[in-house]
Design a protein around this ligand. Sequence first.
Ligand code: B1M
Length: 212
Amino acid sequence: MNEILSTLYNAVLEGDEAGTKQGIQAALDAGLEPGKILADGMIAAMKEVGKRFEDGDYFVPEMLISARAMQSGLALLKPHLVNSNVKAAGKIAIGTVKGDLHDIGKNLVALMLEGAGFEIKDLGVDVPIEEFIRVAKEEKPDIVAMSALLTTTMLMMKQTIDAFEAAGLRDKVKFIIGGAPISETYANQIGADGFASDANRAVNMAKSLLSK
Ligand code: B1M
């Protein structure tokens, strides 16, 4: 890996917030592509954080400080990732499902969708089914986008879609789902309209669903 990216990777891995920001700035100054800085320097480091947690080398506090470094790095990278001079292509309500507090991936997806011209209503994390329904009724989004990072909370996605069906709202919105444990097979099983494995694919999926 490029030396600048490897320094950035280590800063995220160690939860070094200042080092993360410096690493991003150095990478931008060196002319590296923002998408590559994100994927190779930052997301790759978060994957390693997860691996270390699984192996028992990292605990929740280490995950948390890496997440903080990642979040502040994303804020710095945001203007370079998105082009905000695009007209709105539709309205999307996005949230991490009930019981789940992971929001880095969800934020990234929201950021890229916003950059692609969608109007975003970010419902945050731990979003109850009733809140998705309230927002669908009041704000009338074209798409409801759900993120889940835990195998336990991904089940809330099906419950949410079922609740929309029961409330007579299912045909009013399209559902896109994603997150580390989610697959296309699962999306099909629960009747979601689309699955995306990363933020760029989420943008393409949203565009394709709304063009139909
Ligand atoms: Co958590 N955690 N965590 N954690 N955490 C995972 C998810 C885990 C895989 C780690 C591991 O064991 N290897 C594991 C889940 C295991 C499982 O369910 N099978 C786990 C666990 C167990 C837990 C706790 C239960 C730990 C505990 O307390 N004992 C706890 C649960 C808390 C809760 O939610 N109720 C917990 C807590 C936390 C922190 C709070 C410390 C922190 C989150 C901080 C935050 O988000 N603000 C945290 C972190 C940081 C992680 C890992 C290390 C990194 C997640 C991340 O941000 N990745 C994670 C390990 C891993 O994923 N490898 C782990 C970077 C991010 C850019 O990727 O979120 O996957 P990701 O998003 C991607 C794609 O998935 C996709 O696009 C994004 C960009 O490419 N995507 C979508 C995401 N949402 C999408 C939606 C879409 C489309 C695409 O459409 C709508």
